[in-house]
Design a protein around this ligand. Structure first.
Ligand SMILES: [Zn+2]
Length: 139
């Protein structure tokens, strides 16, 4: 395994017992998902599913820019309603609702401990989603 560390990743298969568990040591490198070997293919030893290491990020498959997504997450974390968030970040209400559903699910991956020490200016995408998840339950 060498220096490769997959502890920041978790199995993206929602039916897997280790779904969303980071650092569970259930992931093994399984070749590459791109020809230039820039993106790892991983295999979950728990459920046997293969996936690209990119498949596990909240941003996977979304076309809205990361900056906009973070802005959405921040507004929601501040208690701004979905409608106002959409207006303030320049996206449609549908977009906000879609993201709250999606990131609320992703936010289950995070423990309170991880977000408690985060300063607003340090919010990275992942932490921002965690905030969304907390508020998301009330939406
Ligand atoms: Zn799995």
């Amino acid at each position: 395994m060498g220096a490769e560390d997959f502890s920041h990743l978790a199995c993206p298969n929602a039916d897997c017992p280790d779904y969303g568990r980071r650092g569970a040591a259930n992931l093994r490198p399984h070749g590459w998902s791109t020809k230039d070997k820039s993106v790892r293919c991983l295999r979950c030893t728990t459920c046997g599913q293969h996936f690209s290491e990119r498949a596990n990020t909240p941003l996977f498959g979304l076309r809205t820019s990361e900056q906009t997504l973070i802005a959405i997450a921040r507004h929601l974390a501040e208690g701004v309603g979905c409608r106002a968030t959409a207006r303030l970040t320049g996206v449609t209400l549908n977009t906000v609702l879609r993201f709250t559903a999606r990131f609320g699910k992703h936010a289950e991956l995070f423990h309170d401990e991880m977000v408690r020490h985060v300063q607003p200016q340090q919010i990275q995408a992942d932490e921002a989603w965690a905030f969304v998840g907390k508020k998301g339950q009330a939406l």
